[in-house]
Design a protein around this ligand. Sequence first.
Ligand code: TRP
Length: 329
Amino acid sequence: MDIIVSGIRSTGNLHLGNYFGAIKNFVKMQHKNHCYFFIADFHSLTTHPTPDDLYEKTKQVLSEYIACGIDPEVATIYLQSDLPEVAELYLLLNMNAYVGELERTTTFKEKVRLQPNNVNAGLLTYPVLMAADIIIHKAVKVPVGKDQEQNLEMTRRFARRFNHMYKVDYFPEPVPYNFGESLIKIPGLDGKGKMGKSEGNGIFLSEDPESISQKVMRAVTDSGPTRNNQEMSEPVKNLFTLMTVVSESGTVEFFRNKYNNCEIRYGEMKQQLVDDIILFTKPFREKILDISSNENYLRKVVREGAEKARESAAKTIRDVRKIIGFKSF
Ligand code: TRP
């Protein structure tokens, strides 16, 4: 059983891309490892320092993850802000993190470009907080996407530096958890690249049928094949990929044959896709609504999660204080 930590952004609802991309794997992973999943609500302040609906957003994300199958009885689910130990480790790690190396991080440079009027110190030390999140549980594996690999590299560096500076072999250096083959990239509806929340090209798990229909019917296609077995354009290939994950294989086959014989009508294919996406997302949507309206249940999940997470975090802080040389009088 490996210790695994993963932080979940608290902004944005989950879309089909998130589900097939990572969450389905999280669900599988939780049974074979000791998993800590937390909602990175401290981190969200680096971009949204005065949130007006932090509670609602957190509740939504939490409900969505549980609806997808992350089981609070199996994995440890908690809020980052419920662990003061993380804030303390972040403070301690900050003393051994250098401004120069932080300024060179790609994610920091990207944020400076995106929010030039709010280049706060939290943004600069984002990778330090992320390192604290991970090593507070002495995690060895972290499931992250490509965009987070550099941050994880920084985590390894901070862990290594801590060990070196205090002449201990305390923190393991966590490696990225690679899902390999099982990672399905879900394309967006705009015919360009993958589904993302900021691109506005995604279908949310909590999306209502009417809105699903509108989005899919508006999806980009092309003018249709003119010869048999013609190579598909990117937007059409994308529709087929989406269909592969939500429809029966016979349905996909049916439309593929139509395409190959130049008999396809995209309107008809889209209508089928609408029906199948609605069918696929319905149970998620219902569960999300059900869970998010059950405040007592969520309170219990969050409390018990924090309790379990703090057990491991408190131990680390005790050790770290001792290693650095803090001693009680
Ligand atoms: N930075 C991650 C993201 O944007 C979220 C995150 C915060 C995280 N702390 C983490 C991910 C610790 C893994 C481990 O997606």
